[in-house]
Ligand binder design. Structure first.
Ligand code: AMP
Ligand code: MG
Length: 331
């Protein structure tokens, strides 16, 4: 089966076309277009307008790159949530229009679950991982237990990517600031004390963000601040992930989300995995960031397990939590 997936939870409109070959995912194309706010953070309606303007071109490019015809597509999938309402609605509308005009079934999927399933679908040995999902808006530690993907720990305030981007914005960096912070952190020498707040299995970043901004106002070296932010936040994320692995007795760890591009985060999680005799996995970069291929893949997995969705029940859900999904395709 060949599926087309529409991603549009936040800043990215993405169309991915994937094929299910005996239970593994072959990505035929994965085209994204990212909305960059001129100033400040993401404005939901402006992001949605961006998606509406570009979605047709992204669909066309994705079909061309996949070297398929619209008639080859067996299923249309889209991100049902969580995300920004106007963005989700725009992407879902495009998906419904495709489904109706091509007369192909429709499947709405959970965006966070898609980040995990794309790892299982594309990495041979990745079967039952604990996912450390670190993106702009979301930060969760997710693993399968008793029929659901359970959230073992998550941010209590802002996502790790958002924390880095907000700091970057307050010191004059362009969006997204994560990659720039990574480069500056390499030149950091002095560790500056920052709040390390883990509450139970959850994490908070906003206090750390405020402290980092105060260091900047006190003229501490930017490189040292970036280095200290990375060391502190990534250590907290690695700690929670390790505790989830110990609790669930799982021996695989998977990264997902845009911040998974960061080599220092990868290194810390990899060291932790090695010390536990666990396997460490990261999907290809274009499958870590928000993308349509992972949405398409999860849709196919759900459809193959017998799940169906009418257009009438395809409404979006801004607060669609990871653990609301009945994962009937796994045992
Ligand atoms: P996503 O929301 O999953 O599409 O990921 C976007 C987020 O990833 C933004 O907050 C970026 O700042 C962050 N990001 C991208 N590359 C890196 C990097 N190399 N290091 C840290 N954060 C990054
Ligand atoms: Mg994401």
């Amino acid at each position: 089966m060949i599926g087309l997936g529409v991603e549009g939870t936040a800043h990215t409109i993405g169309i991915g076309i994937v094929e299910n070959i005996g239970g593994t995912c072959k990505v035929l194309s994965n085209v994204i277009k990212i909305y960059h706010p001129e100033k400040g953070g993401i404005h939901p309606r402006e992001a949605a307008n961006h998606h509406a303007v570009h979605v047709s071109d992204v669909i066309k490019e994705s079909i061309e790159k996949a070297k398929v015809d619209f008639s080859d597509i067996d299923l249309i999938s889209f991100s049902k949530g969580p995300g920004l309402g106007p963005c989700l609605r725009t992407a879902a509308t495009a998906a419904r229009a495709l489904s109706l005009s091509l007369e192909k079934p429709l499947m709405g999927v959970n965006h966070c679950v898609a980040h995990l399933e794309i790892g299982r679908g594309t990495i041979k040995d990745c079967k039952d991982p604990v996912l450390l999902y670190t993106s702009g808006a979301n930060t969760q530690v997710i693993a399968f237990a008793e029929g659901r993907y359970r959230v073992f720990g998550e941010t209590l305030d802002i996502g790790i990517g958002n924390c880095l981007d907000k700091f970057g914005r307050s010191v004059g960096m362009e969006f997204p600031s994560g990659p720039k912070i990574e480069q500056l952190a390499k030149k950091g020498k002095n560790y500056l004390e920052l709040p390390y707040s883990i509450k139970g299995m959850d994490i908070a970043f906003s206090g750390l963000l405020t402290s980092a901004e105060q260091y900047y106002k006190k003229h501490e070296r930017l490189e040292d601040i970036c280095y200290s932010m990375q060391e502190t936040t990534f250590a907290a994320l690695t700690e929670v992930t390790e505790r989830a692995m110990a609790h669930t007795e799982k021996h695989e760890v998977l990264l997902g989300g845009g911040v998974a591009a960061n080599m220092r985060l990868r290194q810390m999680v990899q060291i932790m995995a090695k010390e536990r005799d666990a396997q460490f996995f990261v999907p290809a970069k274009d499958l870590c960031i928000d993308n349509g291929a992972m949405i398409s893949w999860l849709g196919l997995v759900m459809y193959n397990s017998g799940l169906r969705m009418d257009v009438g029940e395809s409404q979006i859900d801004q607060r669609f939590r990871t653990d609301m999904v009945d994962v009937s395709w796994r045992d």
